[in-house]
Design a protein around this ligand. Structure first.
Ligand code: FEO
Ligand code: CA
Ligand code: CA
Ligand code: CA
Length: 600
């Protein structure tokens, strides 16, 4: 927990970009280029991307669609010239990916192969040069719907997760709806299975089906036509949906490793998970359930982290997420409700703040929820949490601890239903009815991160002050910030500034989504400065800030998603001109991509 220095990454904030603009906008003095795009070939012998003639076999060896969580980890002993890139592929936009004439069965097969995860090696000549990906590199891997994940923890082998195809209840094919994630202190990647419900047809009648949004309607992608497990009304597959909604752990340095799904971290619409080693040595994972009025969770490992780097230390650390305590957050404000509803003005005591507690769901291997077993708490975590009275939040996305201060930041992206008839109204921690623009909660644990008590305040209440929105930036003058709406993913630079990427600003403040730096400490605490803006109809994901190299990476997800194959709304990132012959590897269509921004 060192003092705060100035970052080497200095920039003049960009002006907000109109949501209709199909451009990737960076500050003066910076340039950008993709690191890898949808369809880029990953293995030796993989065919080049062919927009009009995609096959499932080719897509299975190419970079997938809608990359969200992304990290770049340097490979040791390569003098900074080699790294491994991880990206997940949350979902697909078939209507802009494929020609309308493509047979439906082919659309399903190629779309399925564009889901999952990718690991790809990167190289550069030296640390001042941008990265390029290495086709055919030894660590390259695609994780697909037939990749087997080992279920760890108390639910492994439980009757709740057994199916006809997996009587062991411990070997799960595929990962779905991967949204955000985190990189662990031991160098593995965590990824959250978020909107898995959209891939299944279910009876839709049980309490858990209803609580997880599982219905009997045909799914958008209709994979149930090809594989019986995607319709849980089929005999033998009743439990298939219980095998999704977990935190996944991947070792990007071992392409033969078996990825894991960690049942001890609970099952919900996981946005992601971010881990910190507490002073006690236990590791703590913070996790949001991204649904209106759902909850904030944390996991505390039973075992302690080993800082050594031997194979035995690493193997030990890679088991830390399979056993531990699970908690859900309850926030209490300290200002009268009447003063903070309606106008959204700052409370009488000058800040949105109060105290909180972590309510136990599983402690020391035992259920803390009356009437539910440990397995039931972990599989039906939403139902378990409902019983203990946590705070209904405005869609928790990334929840990330600062390694500089130990404080934890929670991105509440928005909640259009707060305060609507029959719905819970504003409280001090979710202070706006019909919350369009979202806010950021800052949590200070009492003691280390294993504590069950905390204090909290809001770092910011988002919006566009220049259009009269009532906003709050920890007291920083509202006329000196970049407008910001719908915070989603969080990252920190090397000196402890917070970086926020957004998803939904076009429908909030009418501006393109982007990436923003927020000063957390000193006189400029609360100052928001926009670093980049993404193209038309895209969201900004997976920010990585390598400020010592003056380089920033983001994932650009779903550019042009409201268009059609015949009427594309975005041409990012290739921007092939109309009528021009594309260069090799380029196409005239939007491609979700990982982008690097650097001086030059
Ligand atoms: Fe996939 Fe919560 O955003
Ligand atoms: Ca207060
Ligand atoms: Ca997200
Ligand atoms: Ca989002």
């Amino acid at each position: 927990k060192e003092g705060f220095a100035k970052s080497k990454l200095t920039f003049t904030p960009i002006a907000p970009v109109d949501a209709a603009v199909d451009a990737f906008t960076v500050p003066e003095g910076f340039t950008w280029q993709p690191v890898i795009r949808w369809g880029d070939p990953i293995f030796n012998g993989t065919p080049d991307f062919d927009l009009n003639n995609q096959t499932a076999a080719a897509q299975a060896q190419q970079f997938g669609y809608n990359n969200d969580y992304t990290d770049i980890v340097e490979i040791p002993d390569t003098k900074g010239r080699r790294a491994v890139l991880f990206a997940n592929h949350e979902y697909t936009n078939e209507s802009i990916m494929f020609p309308a004439t493509m047979p439906a069965a082919d659309v399903r097969a190629v779309g399925a192969a564009a889901h999952g995860l990718s690991v790809v090696e990167l190289e550069r000549k030296n640390i001042t040069k941008p990265w390029t990906y290495v086709k055919g590199a030894p660590l390259n891997r695609r994780y697909l719907n037939n990749t087997v994940y080992e279920l760890t923890g108390p639910v492994a082998g439980s009757a709740l997760v057994k199916t006809a195809a997996d009587p062991s209840g411990g070997k799960i094919k595929g990962t779905l709806g991967n949204c955000s994630g985190g990189t662990t202190p031991w160098g593995t990647i965590l990824s959250g299975e978020e909107n898995f419900n959209g891939y299944f047809v279910s009876p839709g009648t049980s309490a858990s089906d209803k609580r997880y949004g599982l219905t009997s309607k045909a799914t958008a992608r209709k994979w149930e036509l090809d594989d019986p497990r995607f319709d849980t009304r089929n005999a033998g597959y009743e439990n298939e949906t219980n095998r999704f909604g977990w935190i996944v752990e991947v070792d990007p340095f071992d392409p033969t490793s078996t990825p894991k799904k960690h049942s001890a971290l609970g099952r919900f619409k996981h946005e992601g998970a971010n881990v910190i080693v507490a002073d006690s040595g236990h590791v703590v994972a913070y996790m949001g359930d991204d649904e209106k009025f759902d909850y904030l969770y944390k996991f505390v490992s039973a075992e302690k982290y080993r800082p050594g780097t031997t194979a035995a230390d690493r193997a030990h650390n890679m088991n830390l997420l399979s056993a531990g305590n699970l908690y859900v957050a309850k926030f209490t404000g300290n200002s009268p409700l009447a003063e903070i509803t309606g106008t959204g003005a700052v409370p009488a005591d000058g800040s949105f703040d109060g105290t909180g507690e972590w309510l136990p769901l599983v402690v020391d291997g035992a259920s803390a929820v009356p009437g539910m077993s440990v397995e039931e708490v972990l599989v039906y975590t939403r139902l378990a949490a409902d019983k203990v009275g946590p705070t209904k939040m405005d869609r928790c996305e990334d929840v990330q601890p600062s390694l500089h201060t130990g404080k934890v930041y929670v991105a509440c992206t928005n909640n259009s239903d707060r305060g609507k008839p029959g719905k819970e109204g504003a409280t001090e921690v979710n202070p706006r009815n019909e919350n369009r623009d979202g806010h950021i909660v800052e949590i200070t644990e009492t003691g280390d991160q294993t504590s069950t008590n905390f204090t909290w305040n809001l770092l910011m209440v988002c919006g566009d002050p220049s259009t009269g929105d009532v906003t709050y930036f920890s007291g920083f003058p509202v006329d000196q910030v970049s407008p910001i709406s719908c915070p989603d993913n969080l990252a920190f630079d090397s000196v402890g500034n917070l970086w926020i990427s957004t998803d939904g600003a076009p429908s909030g403040i009418g501006k393109a989504d982007g990436l923003f730096k927020v000063t957390l400490e000193g006189a400029e605490r609360g100052k928001v400065e926009q670093f980049l803006a993404v193209p038309r109809e895209a969201e900004t994901c997976g920010p990585i800030v390598h400020d010592n190299e003056r380089t920033v990476f983001v994932s650009v997800q779903h550019p042009g998603e409201e268009g059609s194959f015949a009427d594309q709304h975005s041409f990012f990132p290739d921007y092939v001109a109309e009528g021009a012959t594309p260069a090799r590897g380029q196409v005239r269509a939007p491609r979700p991509s990982v982008v690097q921004v650097f001086r030059g």
